[in-house]
Unconditional design. Structure first.
Length: 291
C-alpha cells in the first residue's frame, strides 16, 4: 500500500514550518523573561542547619517528615520523598550546613531534553513539572547536571518530584515556603539581578566572612538558586567543574551539523501518519462507491 506523497509533504511542510517558527518565538520570549526572573539567594554562613525548611517543604507537599538529621560524612540527597535536604560539612572554616534542591537553571537541560514540554521554565523563574504533559521518558533525570528530578518508582501513578520553588505561592504574590519560614534569614527571595547585587555586596563588605564566588551566577549558564558561602564550594561537595555555558547550548552546533532527517524525525512520523490516514480514507471511499 503506497503513501499519498502530495498529502505527506504538505503535512510535513506545514508542521515543520510551524515547529521552527514556534521555537524561534519561544527562544526570544524566554531570553527576555529570564533577565528579570525570580530566584533565591542562600547564605551558607547564616544557616544553622535547623532543617525548618525541610519540615516545612514536606508538610506543604504532603511528604513524610524527615527522620534523619544533617551529619558530617553522610550525604543526604533529594528523592521522591524529599524536595530539599540539608547536609553538614566539616570545612576549613568549621562545620557548615548546606541546603540542596533544584537549582532552577536559566536554560534548563531538563527542559531542553523533555520531548513533551512537561518540564517547563516559567516566565517567573521556577522550573516546574507538568503531569498532564509527561510521557514518563525520564530524560529530564538523565540530563540534569545537578541530579535533581526524581521518579516515584514505587507509586502506581508515578510522578517526577523536585523543588518547584513554590510556584503556586509565587503566583499568589507570596514567597517560597522555605524562605518565609527560615528563622535565620539565610534565604532571600527576589529578582535574580537584585540577588546577585546583594551577594556581591556581602562579599565586598565582609570579605573575611565570604569566599569570592557566587555559586549559580555562572554555573551551567546561570541558575535561579544561588549561594554565598564562607569557604570554597569544593569543600561542601559542590560540583565546581561545571561549564559556564548552559548545557542546552552544547546541542546547538550538533543540531546544525546532523542530517535534517534526524531533526525532523517526529515531524516526518506525523506526516506519514496523516498521509497514510488520508490514503486509507480515500481507498475506503472508493470501495464504498463500488459496493
Amino acid at each position: 500500500m503506497g503513501i499519498d506523497r502530495r498529502n505527506f509533504f504538505k503535512v510535513l511542510g506545514v508542521t515543520g514550518a510551524t515547529l521552527a517558527l514556534g521555537k524561534e518565538v519561544a527562544a526570544a520570549e524566554q531570553e527576555e523573561e529570564v533577565n528579570d526572573a525570580y530566584g533565591i539567594l542562600y547564605d551558607v554562613f547564616m544557616c544553622g542547619g535547623c532543617q525548618t525548611c525541610e519540615f516545612t517543604c514536606a508538610e506543604l507537599h504532603n511528604l513524610p517528615a524527615p527522620e534523619d538529621v544533617p551529619e558530617i560524612g553522610i550525604s543526604r540527597k533529594t528523592n521522591d520523598q524529599r524536595r530539599t535536604v540539608v547536609n553538614a560539612y566539616d570545612t576549613s572554616g568549621g562545620e557548615v550546613a548546606v541546603k540542596r534542591q533544584c537549582m532552577h537553571c536559566l536554560e534548563p537541560a531538563c527542559v531542553s531534553a523533555c520531548l513533551t514540554q512537561a518540564m517547563y521554565k516559567t516566565k517567573e523563574g521556577p522550573v516546574i513539572w507538568r503531569e498532564e504533559k509527561c510521557m514518563g521518558c525520564r530524560y529530564c533525570m538523565v540530563s540534569c547536571p545537578f541530579d535533581m528530578p526524581k521518579f516515584e518508582y514505587n507509586s502506581p501513578n508515578p510522578k517526577i518530584i523536585k523543588c518547584d520553588m513554590c510556584y503556586d505561592r509565587i503566583k499568589e504574590g507570596k514567597e517560597p515556603a522555605c524562605v518565609e519560614i527560615c528563622p535565620a534569614g539565610a534565604l532571600v527571595f527576589g529578582k535574580r539581578s537584585e540577588l546577585i547585587k546583594e551577594a556581591r555586596k556581602r562579599i565586598m563588605e565582609m570579605p573575611e566572612w565570604y569566599t569570592d564566588h557566587i555559586y549559580g551566577e555562572l554555573e551551567a549558564g546561570g541558575t535561579g538558586f544561588m549561594y554565598n558561602a564562607p569557604v570554597p564550594f569544593s569543600e561542601m561537595d559542590f560540583n565546581t567543574k561545571l561549564q559556564k555555558r548552559s548545557y542546552p547550548e552544547l546541542t546547538k552546533g550538533f543540531l546544525y551539523s546532523v542530517p535534517t532527517i534526524f531533526i525532523l524525525w517526529p515531524t516526518i512520523l506525523l506526516g506519514i501518519h496523516e498521509a497514510t490516514k488520508n490514503k486509507n480514507n480515500n481507498q475506503n471511499k472508493i470501495q464504498d462507491d463500488h459496493a
